[in-house]
Write a protein that binds this ligand. Structure first.
Ligand code: SAM
Length: 199
């Protein structure tokens, strides 16, 4: 498949996401992630939260050596991801699981675990899968700023549910900062990206 057709297929995925309110990484975030997997020569990724396959496909296209195991619990999104991965003929490098990640039994070792699912569950995902991380691997978590709400004063957030979610993201940030087994760098790119590595 040549570069031009990949470009137009990616554009179609982004348009579908926009029209159907599917949250996918924004341009700055996906650039960060794809540059990361090139720079670190990442080979095995575990992604929590496939949505329609945009970030998994983007990582696989960026680095031809990279394989992704990715988990999605929403059936419609999963089915759309299956179609998208097929369009790029990436079935041999992207393994798609239709499951709740918190119930999934995953085996293997990963040099990148990318957490991009239910934001209130970040710590649960981290603690469930950290044992699968290679010694030199990284855990990347997206949406640390959650569309700017994390930096807002709580009194400005009217919705009770949103306030709860923002609190959980803040707690997760503290969990990463205070975790003696890991170091985390918080990047002010995209929607806020945390990159965690073992000490
Ligand atoms: N990584 C995708 C991208 O940038 O192309 C976007 C993922 S989207 C932000 C989050 C997805 O995680 C949603 O499609 C949601 O259904 C899924 N999700 C949320 N909680 C999950 C869980 N516990 N297990 C599996 N998938 C989950």
């Amino acid at each position: 498949m040549n570069g031009t057709s990949n470009y137009s297929l990616i554009k179609e995925i982004k348009e579908y996401a926009k029209e159907n309110n599917v949250p996918i990484m924004n341009d700055e975030g996906i650039n960060f992630l794809t540059n990361f997997v090139i720079k670190h020569q990442t080979e095995n990724v575990l992604e929590i939260g496939t949505a329609i396959g945009f970030s998994a496909i983007s990582m696989a296209l960026a680095n031809p050596k990279l394989k992704v195991t990715t988990i999605e619990r929403d059936e419609n999104r999963y089915l759309e991801a299956v179609k998208n991965i097929k369009k790029f003929a990436l079935e041999d490098r992207i393994t798609l699981l239709f499951q709740d990640a918190l119930d999934a039994k995953i085996e293997g070792e990963f040099d990148l675990i990318f957490i991009d699912a239910a934001k209130g569950q970040n710590r649960n995902f981290f603690e469930k899968f950290e044992n699968l991380l290679t010694d030199n691997g990284y855990i990347i978590t997206d949406n640390m700023k959650f569309h700017g709400y994390v930096d807002k004063d709580e009194s400005e957030i009217k919705s009770h549910n949103l306030r709860g979610l923002v609190r959980k993201i803040k707690d997760y940030r503290t969990f990463l900062e205070e975790n003696e087994n890991y170091s985390t760098i918080f990047y002010d790119v995209g929607d806020g990206i945390a990159v965690t590595s073992k000490n």
